[in-house]
Ligand binder design. Structure first.
Ligand code: HEM
Length: 323
């Protein structure tokens, strides 16, 4: 009994400190379990993510991308989830890099509804995104890691902040490196996280500037000719292609093989070959799938630490701020 009490003291202290997260503290693995606010939180999210992603793997890609797009703009604060309102008609989710391509919102909605049912007002939407991305990485890549939690949800979401914060497919390595550095992430993180381009899809409009009027010399010419058949010039609608034609639903190191073969979709993918530092890491990941998995997990955790913990836990829906 005495021993149990002694053990509980640090946990309680840590929970009290975490309550003070509104001030400064860092995130904690197992936050909802340790503090007994909602011990089943991570299991609930996992169940919902499994339900959707096992049926449609592309949605798992959407969740991983959602985490990235959330964290790079105002930190990991679920600002990506807020819907337009009369007071704020232009939130992040309507910005060009997010609309209409970002997907998986319905999974977050369902997870939030399930959580509200059992422990209302406890689990932040920002943590739901972080858990969901982690679970998607496991389902699609057997990549397993603990993700610290205790994030709070932001109250501000502004589409005008998105373009300047996110790397674009036409950016060169210097720009990509600078945008990661702003977030406290290294170029090694950039290379590891780019491995996410081994799953999911891209709209043709994200890379057709590399196909017409001529196929970019930085692209394998045969691959470029093939992409032209998938994305005809002046097509009526914006088609989609897999990011990785070899193992489209597996989060694996195939991306690095593709880039080395000049078969990455984006100029930014190719740009990873343009410094000896990034080219070496790319080659290491290409040759060592386990090394990629380890570094990808580490960089996802690091990305999850971006941003302050100022804010609230949204009530009922992740799409609206509390009154
Ligand atoms: C230089 C950095 C990056 C650039 C320029 C970039 C750009 C893009 C673009 C243009 C698309 C296609 C969107 C579309 O047209 O539908 C895309 C898709 C995707 N990106 Fe990135 N990305 C970058 C880094 C990342 C990172 C760090 C992650 C996550 C760790 C990520 C995960 C994904 C995923 C999973 C998809 C597929 C989404 C889906 O199928 O719904 N990307 N990216």
């Amino acid at each position: 009994m005495g021993a149990r009490n002694t053990l509980q003291i640090p946990v309680i202290l840590s929970c009290i400190l975490l309550f003070g997260a509104i001030l400064t503290t860092s995130l904690e693995v197992g936050y909802y379990k340790k503090c007994k606010f909602c011990p089943q939180a991570e299991d609930i999210v996992r169940g919902v993510v499994y339900k959707y992603v096992s049926k449609e793997p592309g949605l798992g890609a959407g969740l991983i991308r959602m985490f990235f797009h959330d964290c790079f703009v105002r930190g990991c604060d679920a600002s990506i989830l807020l819907d337009p309102t009369p007071q704020n008609s232009n939130p992040e989710k309507l910005a060009i890099p997010n609309f209409p391509s970002l997907r998986g919102f319905e999974i977050i909605d369902e997870a939030k509804a399930a959580l509200e049912h059992v422990c209302s007002g406890i689990v932040s939407c920002a943590d739901i995104i972080a858990f969901a991305a982690r679970d998607a990485a496991f389902i699609l890549g057997k990549i397993s890691y603990d993700i610290p939690s205790g994030r709070l949800d932001g109250k501000v979401s502004n589409a005008t902040e998105v373009l300047g914060a996110l790397p674009a497919p036409f950016h060169n390595l210097t720009v990509v490196k600078a945008l990661y550095a702003v977030q406290g992430l290294s170029i090694d993180d950039a290379v590891a996280l780019s491995g996410a381009h081994s799953i999911g899809r891209s709209h043709c409009s994200s890379f057709t500037s590399r196909l017409y009027p001529t196929i970019d010399t930085t692209m394998n010419q045969g691959f470029g000719s093939f992409l032209r058949t998938q994305c005809p010039q002046n097509a009526m609608d914006d088609g989609v292609v897999p990011q990785d034609f070899v193992t489209p639903n597996k989060l694996d190191n195939q991306y690095f093989k593709n880039v080395a073969d000049l078969k990455g979709l984006f100029f930014s993918d190719w740009s990873l070959l343009t410094s000896s530092e990034t080219a070496k890491l790319l080659n290491d990941f290409k040759n060592d799938p386990e090394l990629f998995k380890t570094k990808f997990a580490e960089s996802m955790v690091k990305m999850g630490n971006i941003g302050g913990t100022q804010g609230e836990v949204r009530k009922t829906s992740c799409r609206v701020v509390n009154y």
